[in-house]
Design a protein around this ligand. Structure first.
Ligand code: TYD
Ligand code: MG
Length: 467
């Protein structure tokens, strides 16, 4: 009889996609990346013994009997962060804050310590910076709470001992890539270390019911280094992103066990730290050019929040055999589709022209409502007809050139009205959903052709203003 091998199997995990294999391979068979399979320490499973079965009486209960009243949330003092967390930090939850190095993760977490420190004790554990560096930064951010305790340490077991000893109300760990368990031979930041340290912190946080922020750096592809394994373990994954050369930053929830993942928070990085941006539309529209063809304003919903952004297009004669097309902040294939609709249905010839499309401010316009403003901007660019500055367009464009309705139309129109826009082109089907809003003219269109007619009408009105 073949001998049963009870020794735990060694496993290999892809650091990019989290795929596991029992054999090492040069190339991950799931995502195709090279040299990403790393050996991880085996997890020991006890074999089932019917005599020592656990007693579950009292632990298995009806869903209706589970208590929800005890969910306690702490406000972080930052309205934007609270919104992304789903209404504050939940007691006993683990929040992973990911982002590129230098984007402002440590700054954000240090800043919220001032407000949190008013009523709670915070233990800030850093494996990256010295106490002096943290203090200097805290002084710059005007964070001087007596309740903010600092520990410089990168041994995960000592960190957990310190949490057990201090029993703070909130723990911040900056960052997971610097933490290590000395019993594991791999280096800090490796897959095994990151996974095991996260597990250890998770158990500590859940056992003591202490909410915990863990900072994680992301690798070049935008995934948290050593990553998918970590995303499964934690309750909430937030990403802090932004263009390096721009001062504003966007905080998004990628996973949230305690709220929606649609919400975003907008911040502006200033000399004295991150300032909340309560009015992102205003920020994104500031400094836009007036009286130039090829631009149109769009409205994108970010969670429950409408945000206005400027679409800019430039169409110019190509000096290459095949014309160049680029799209920044907008889906490239969607742009090609809109160009094809404009060519086929309206005889506009973009074939020999380079087309550049940009959503100003590094913002992403990734929902169907962005089609109409993009199509109008492309039309404006090729015909050199200027779209009025006070106009905003909302709607999805179909392959037949029809304009289709989109969600949250009233909220979008109200945001446009609040921001002082006077003309709004929307899908005809949505007209009935909009009450009369003073100061804003609303045109319902059912096709791109009608939208172009509206533009022509506005142009002639401007040349011959009604008496
Ligand atoms: P930091 O929070 O250290 O980034 P991370 O922890 O994500 O690596 O942010 C550092 C950057 O933020 C650095 O480039 C300087 C800038 N910064 C400011 O512009 N103003 C400030 O008040 C602070 C503290 C940082
Ligand atoms: Mg940092």
């Amino acid at each position: 009889m073949a001998k049963k091998n009870n020794s735990p199997k060694i496993q290999f995990v892809c650091s990019e996609c989290g795929w596991t294999s029992s054999k090492w391979n040069g190339c991950c068979q799931n995502c195709g990346e090279w040299n990403t399979l790393q050996e991880i320490a085996p997890i020991l499973h006890n074999s089932i013994n019917s005599e020592s079965l656990t007693d579950f009486s009292g632990r298995i209960c009806a869903i209706s009997q589970i208590d929800t009243q005890s969910e306690i949330r702490y406000s972080t003092g930052s309205g934007e962060l609270d919104r992304v967390l789903g209404g504050g930090l939940v007691k006993g939850s683990i929040v992973l804050l990911g982002g590129e190095p230098g984007i402002g993760k440590s700054t954000l977490l240090l800043q919220i310590c001032q407000f949190l420190g008013e009523n709670h004790r915070i233990l800030y554990i850093s494996g990256e910076e010295s106490g002096r560096q943290i203090r200097l930064r805290a002084e710059r951010l005007h964070v001087m709470s007596e309740n903010l305790l600092i520990l410089i340490e990168n041994n995960a077991q000592i960190v957990c001992d310190a949490i057990h000893a201090e029993k703070p109300d909130v723990v911040i760990i900056d960052s997971i890539q610097t933490m290590q368990i000395t019993d594991i031979s791999s280096t800090p930041g490796s897959l095994t270390q990151v996974r095991e340290c996260t597990n250890l912190f998770m158990h500590t946080a859940k056992f003591l019911e202490i909410p915990m922020f863990i900072v994680g750096h992301v690798n070049k592809d935008g995934a948290i280094a050593g990553p998918k394994v970590m995303e499964h373990i934690v309750d909430t994954v937030l990403f802090f992103e932004g263009e390096r050369h721009m001062s504003y930053r966007i905080l998004r929830a990628v996973k949230n066990r305690f709220g929606s993942t649609n919400e975003i928070g907008v911040f502006d990085m200033q000399e004295n730290g991150l300032q909340e941006v309560e009015n992102p539309s205003q920020m994104l529209l500031s400094g836009r050019p007036v009286g130039v063809s090829g631009t149109c304003i769009a409205c994108v919903m970010e969670g429950s929040r409408p945000i206005l952004a400027e679409v800019q297009t430039l169409v110019s004669k190509s000096s290459y055999a095949s014309a160049k097309r680029t799209a920044t902040g907008f889906d490239y294939n969607r742009m090609s589709l809109l160009l094809a609709v404009l060519e086929k249905r309206f005889g506009l010839n973009y074939a020999t022209l380079d087309v550049y499309l940009n959503i100003v401010g590094g913002f992403k316009l990734d929902e169907p409502a962005g089609d109409l403003p993009v199509a109008l901007a492309l039309y404006s660019s090729i015909t050199d007809k200027i779209i009025p500055d006070s106009l905003i367009a909302i709607g999805e464009v179909g392959l037949a050139g029809e304009v289709r309705s989109v969600s949250h139309i009233l909220q979008r129109v109200e945001e446009a009205s609040r921001m002082g826009f006077a003309i709004c082109i929307i899908p005809k089907q949505s007209l009935s959903a909009i009450p009369k809003i003073p100061g804003i003219r609303i045109f319902g269109v059912d096709s791109l052709r009608q939208a172009f007619t509206v533009l022509a009408r506005l142009e002639s009105e401007q040349q011959n203003p009604p008496k």
